[in-house]
Design a protein around this ligand. Sequence first.
Ligand code: ADP
Ligand code: MG
Length: 610
Amino acid sequence: MLDVIKLLPDSVANQIAAGEVIQRPASAVKELMENALDAGATQIELVVKDAGKAMIMVVDNGCGMSETDARLCFERHATSKISKAEDLFAIRTMGFRGEALASIAAIAQVELKTRRHEDEVGTRIVNEGSVVKEQSLIPMSPGTTFVIKNLFFNVPARRNFLKSAQAEMRHIVEEFTRVTLMNPEVGFSLVSDGKEVYRLYPGNLKQRIMGLFGNNYEGKLLPVSQEADRVRIHGYIVKAEYAKKTRGEQYFFVNKRFIKHAYLHHAIENAYLEMIPKDSFPGYFLNIEVDPSDIDINIHPTKTEVNFLDVKLIYAVLHAAVRKAIGQHNLSPMIDFEVPADLNDDIGAASSGARPIVFPQIPINPNYNPFTQSRESHRDTWNDFPQHRQAPSGNWRLLYGERTDLPEEHSETETQAKSHSNDKYLQVSQSFILTTVKSGLLLIDQHLAHTRILFEKYLKQLENHDGVSQQELFPQAFTVNANDASLMKELLPALGSLGFVLEQANPTTFMINGTPSDSAGHDAVALLEKILDNYKINRTDLQLDRKLDIAKTMAVQLAIKAQTPLNELEMQNIVDQLFACNVSEVAPNGKKIYIIIGMEELMQKFTVKN
Ligand code: ADP
Ligand code: MG
């Protein structure tokens, strides 16, 4: 019998390889733009016709190529960027495989014009289906221009698979965004069918984000900046209140290379904690800088997946970075309480030290070593941090610029008596607390405020396992079905941390021997049912989410309700504790806790219009 195995001709092999790298016009756009960046260009123009199906042109002012290189760049595995295997772990360029141009040339008509700065003339090459059709010397300014025409002209099957011009254009814009975002010092433009879609001037990252997503981003962004031993994270996140209902602006880069990473994405979502409603997504534009030897990008031709050597470290640093950004933001709204000097009983201790302003601590544990953790606990970064969530108790007024030259000692009864007589707080409709601040009126929703306070308290207890319990004189039975019983068992450790003392009496019954001391007066069985219900709805494998879920349910259930009368001292406590929370603005369900009505707004309401 004859041998049946034949080597494929180069042209066919190239077409097959091209399929992996160039799936649609947007892939060619990405490769060409990345090449221009790698060539050190400071200005890159992208022009497309019919969403890139008819033509893609990329013009750069980068280093250009010699005549020989101009011919060679279309060969497979022709690259100037690596030469040996070790180089794969020191990659600082966007490209390195030497596959892109060979792939594009295999399936399109390519015209290349290129000139190095040191050369007097440039080289023009026309390559069609991997065959050089023309070559000549031409006058041109330094840099490189690639014109790609009739993509997939020789692979009709692929051409037919392309989507509508609108859909293909969306892909192009997305690639353009990814490439331009983390290179703000480079100018870019995108022209589609003769219309300018983007003109991005060189600038900083914030200006680039605004150039791409609109000037209204100016006030929406929070800077993120965190440097640890082997990783640096910089960029912007979008403030929680601008979270979107769709996964919109979520951009992760590693060494400026766009990546997708569900695990690291989770680090960010968790850092926003309860500030974003469940069905909304936070926006971010973050670059993670690591040593190239700490990542392996040689995984997939389209290269949006990256393997980190130590992904848990990056998770922890990322989580901390975003927490810090959010924490600093939440300190910034200036609320100047007009609290009489003699009410500042809690300032004494803090004012005697030299710490006028307490910023939230950066929650990085220098001893953190992901490899020494148990599998569960290192996914749960909450555990890995020391008490970073410890809010500065009671000295929140210092944060808001209150005077610190107050007498140090107050007897508690004296202060309380005064606070009672002072009528600083007024309850409205038994549901809101009204008080004055320098800039106007502060109106707080008592239920939401208390929910926030308890929520943070329970989170701490879940971390520290130090919930206080109260013994039940007559233990009640909590009976569930077999399915729920196994869920209950999953919840037992967390419930124990909060102060529940539960004992399984038989496969489906738990005896409630003790309850959290906060829950006095509440029906323990109803509370457990609620926790179990919510746990079932939001079921998740992640320890951290589980804790959030339980803390939220407990807080909502046990917080004082609307229509509850409060005395002056109770109101004062709520206000004090609210502003000692890590997040004071929003309740765990994302609702606003308070509003400030400014003096100006108030005055306007009294203005008579003639
Ligand atoms: P890679 O980028 O992986 O090296 P490519 O096929 O994309 O592979 O490009 C091959 C080579 O052609 C590059 O290594 C580079 O030397 C050269 N090249 C491509 N585009 C440009 C450009 N715009 N300016 C200068 N050189 C370029
Ligand atoms: Mg390349």
